[in-house]
Ligand binder design. Structure first.
Ligand code: UTP
Length: 409
């Protein structure tokens, strides 16, 4: 581990010496903890502040067509057969992204512990397990499930699953891994302190999921089980169809290297990332990156050309993931409200954004694929995100959609 002088000179290189301001006031174990944090911080991340206002230039976009709901219905028997066979052969696994902080929901536990039930308990994690159980019953075998947590919520998440007996899932098929953290800074790139001995940090985005999984030693498990396809999905869509045999079957049958579930946009200006081509490769363009012309471009039949919004449900091929694991994903520098301790040791809870967090995003992995099949699903059947407490994409709207789909609440 670094000693005090080594830590000091490392910090001096990056202009972050203030992190040792209270070192002499700390107890020996706190001093050791602070030095460990300094050793672990990837300071190169913070360099991205310099380009915070000038995001990387994008290439040339073009629309992409999807396997539509109609196409899927027409091919459902063969897609289902191919998908179920792959699952039964142990070729498919699922990864639940549950490392986020869910700040918009304002719930102080992991989002999956939120009880969306009305007259009975129904936790978000439970909804997801129930959805996966449908596939388990159909295929007659368990699907390996890997759950990514963060340092901040790992303990709560793992104990909750234990306490609830994995909601009936076979715990031998469930493995947890912890994602990495990234420091938070002020607008000048100075790293904030959370307390005198803790550097302010937050989960480093969902893009690092595969490298975190590898670091946790789980690639061996994946290889041993013969898994070839990983379905990665977000914690907060309670209608999420996981390891969907038709989706897996469609990606395999069409010879695609990856796939993404998509929904038709509700309106040209809907705030959703859209699957498209960028310089001929699959990619996701954010709504704020689209010109008016792109937003309103239409096909001959009147449908939107950039029509297919992503819902954070992707199917990736393990060999390709291994090939790209060391490639850097673009770093997104995001303005956030960051609670911190000022130079006098007072704790401050800002009411306005006061600095940056640094994240990589799983959607950027799509651009590293040779192909990605846009697979259209019916929004009201498969997309009920719980982002906010009320209003759009909220607990209320998700409850309505669950009820519409016959889920007892
Ligand atoms: P969101 O982008 O909605 O972020 O995550 P969030 O942290 O959950 O919520 P807000 O923005 O603070 O309200 C999309 C998915 O990616 C996961 C989340 O758990 C969710 O499943 N995620 C996000 C991670 O696993 N790690 C991260 O660092 C960020």
């Amino acid at each position: 581990m670094l000693d005090f002088n080594e830590a000091k000179s490392r910090l001096a290189e990056y202009g972050q010496e203030h992190l040792l301001r209270f070192y002499n006031e700390l107890a020996p174990d706190e001093q050791a903890s602070l030095l460990r944090q300094i050793e672990e911080i990837d300071f190169s991340v913070v360099e991205a502040v310099k380009s915070a206002d000038s995001p990387a230039p994008r290439g040339t976009f073009a629309p992409i067509g999807a396997v539509t709901v109609g196409d899927i219905a027409a091919n459902s028997d063969s897609y289902r057969k191919t998908g179920i066979e792959a699952i039964q052969a142990g070729k498919a696994a699922a990864v639940l992204l549950a490392g986020g902080q869910g700040t918009r929901l304002g719930f102080d536990k992991p989002k999956g512990m939120f009880n969306i039930g009305v007259s009975k308990d129904l936790f978000i994690f439970e909804c997801l397990i129930n959805n996966l159980m449908k596939v388990v019953r159909e295929a007659g075998c368990w699907v390996p499930l890997y759950i990514m947590t963060s340092e901040k919520n790992n303990e709560d998440t793992t104990s909750f699953f234990e306490e609830k007996n994995y909601f009936g899932y076979n715990k031998d098929y469930v493995k947890f891994f912890v994602q990495s953290m990234a420091p938070s800074t002020d607008f000048d790139g100075k790293i904030y302190m959370e307390s005198k001995s803790r550097i302010s940090s937050s989960p480093n985005g969902n893009g690092g999921w595969f490298s975190s999984l590898v670091r946790a030693g789980l690639l061996d498990d994946i290889r041993k089980k013969g898994v070839e396809w990983i379905n990665i999905f977000a914690v907060d869509n309670v209608l999420q169809q996981i390891a969907d045999p038709l989706f897996i079957g469609a990606v395999i049958s069409t010879g695609s290297q990856s796939g993404s579930k998509v929904v038709s946009k509700a309106a040209p200006e809907e705030k959703v990332g859209v699957l498209c081509l960028e310089d001929g490769k699959p990619s996701i363009v954010e709504y704020y990156e689209m010109t008016d012309k792109m937003l309103n471009l239409r096909n001959e039949d009147g449908s939107l050309a950039y029509n297919y919004g992503v819902i954070l449900n992707y199917l990736f091929n393990v060999d390709k993931l291994v090939e790209i694991v060391d490639r850097n994903l673009p770093l997104h520098v995001v303005k956030k409200k960051i609670p911190y301790m000022d130079e006098n040791g007072n704790s401050i809870s800002p009411t306005e954004p006061n600095g940056y967090k640094f994240e990589t995003l799983v959607l950027d992995m799509v651009h590293m694929q040779d192909s990605c099949l846009p697979y259209e699903v019916v929004r009201s059947k498969e997309f009920a995100p719980v982002k906010n407490a009320t209003g759009v994409d909220s607990v209320d709207s998700a409850r309505e959609l669950l009820k519409e789909n016959g889920v007892e609440l």
